[in-house]
Design a protein around this ligand. Structure first.
Ligand SMILES: *Cc1c(COP(=O)(O)O)cnc(C)c1O
Length: 392
């Protein structure tokens, strides 16, 4: 046993808080806001950072630490810190590592909340940004300024499923000596580990695939030890701590991540292939379909195509709402990465208040349907989409 180099999945499944005197097999849940000390001296030492003792659950908690350890292993990183949501992870990574006068480069296509933070809030603190074309790296060099501190990107992007070449982006960051920060939410560490391409930080909304059952909100940042320490100090004092209960749920969810993700991908590929030539659909986008514009990059850096499939319904907004209303199994809910399949039609829902022009600028076409393919039997998922298509 000692000689064997275990697979990361095995280590992640078997990583757990030290057993208590109760000899439990499953992991305990430490619902406590603070921890006691035997002596004044040990309490003093803990506060002066001379030990990594448990102090107060805003700083750390054994149940939260277990979730962090598993993610650090899966993402092949040196350290990590867990927070209350994906947006808390994104925001903390910005606030801890940038200051007034700095500049950040982001890919044009990103999660809506991240886009709002970058465009509406960072400038309040004097942090400028430049958005670059997601899939064309040829003019990224022009975006670099002497004060550029960070590159922030997502791949695959939400909801357009564009793929960014992680290796090329890594070389770009190295050349310009900037922090390479990747939101790995859509791929999960099962499909790609950005650290392999030089990423300094990897961010997740744990709310999505990591939980995988739509139960809790959570977020995590893993990465280089020195950067995580800065993020830890920021979070310890500003307070976006992950609840131990949510961490306990997430830690359990991670034990099935590998099996779940592979089944999601298998189902998603079948859905994508089934509807690729459907008469009511103008195009289907899925990273592992050869028709995807960045198929080769996806194939190079991902183990499978992920659980999200997008397609464009002929007939625009009206067809989109009819399709949504006709579904019998798939849920209409603003989430993704669940065992239950979820559908969204941004043009008539989340982006319904924008003008067509504004929607086009963020890549939301009128008939765009995004499906987060779940773990139901794939034939039932396909049946539901098929019968809804007939009605629109
Ligand atoms: C959902 C999501 C987030 C934000 O996560 P929350 O947990 O909802 O705060 C960030 N990035 C991506 C890609 C997401 O899909």
């Amino acid at each position: 046993m000692n000689q064997r180099k275990l697979h990361p999945t095995t280590i992640a499944i078997r990583t757990q808080t030290e057993q208590t005197a109760q000899r439990e097999h499953s992991t305990p849940l430490f619902l406590t806001s603070s921890f006691t000390f035997e002596t004044a001296e040990s309490m003093r030492a803990a506060f002066t950072d001379e030990t990594d003792d448990n102090i107060y659950s805003r700083y750390n908690n054994p149940t939260v630490d277990e979730f962090v350890s598993k993610m650090v292993l899966l993402e092949k990183c040196e350290a990590g810190f867990a927070v209350a949501s994906g947006m808390a992870a994104v925001f903390s990574s910005f606030m801890a590592l940038m200051k007034t006068g700095d500049h950040i480069i982001c890919c044009r296509s990103m999660f809506g909340g991240t886009n709002t933070v970058v465009t509406k809030f960072l400038n309040k603190f004097g942090i400028a940004h430049t958005m670059v074309e997601t899939t064309d790296l040829s003019n990224w060099d022009e975006a670099v300024r002497p004060n550029t501190k960070m590159l922030y990107l997502e791949t695959p992007t939400n909801p357009q499923l564009e793929i960014i070449d992680l290796e090329a982006a890594g070389a770009f960051c190295k050349k310009h000596n900037i922090i390479y920060n990747v939101d790995n939410c859509f791929a999960t560490p099962i499909l790609q580990t950005p650290v392999d391409y030089g990423a300094d930080l990897v961010i997740h909304s744990a709310t999505k695939w990591l939980d995988g059952q739509g139960r809790v909100l959570g977020g995590i940042i893993t990465g280089r030890k020195d950067l995580i320490h800065e993020i830890y100090l920021f979070c310890r004092n500003s307070g976006p701590a992950l609840s131990p209960f949510n961490a306990w749920v997430l830690s359990k969810s991670l034990e099935t991540l590998d099996v779940r993700i592979h089944r999601h991908c298998e189902n998603a590929l079948k859905v994508a292939k089934t509807f690729e030539n459907h008469p009511k659909i103008s195009w289907v986008k899925y990273p592992f379909l050869p028709s995807h514009p960045q198929y080769e990059i996806a194939f190079k850096q991902m183990k499978a195509g992920g659980g999200i499939v997008c397609f464009e319904l002929k007939g625009g907004i009206k067809s989109g709402s009819k399709f949504m209303d006709a579904l019998e199994i798939l849920s209409l809910t603003p989430n993704l990465g669940d065992s239950r399949s979820i559908v969204s039609h941004p043009a008539s829902t989340t982006h319904g208040k924008l003008t067509e022009e504004e929607r086009n600028a963020v890549g939301i076409t009128p008939g765009l349907i995004r499906i987060s393919v779940g773990l139901e039997h794939v034939d039932d998922i396909i049946w539901d989409i098929e019968q809804a298509l007939e009605k629109c």
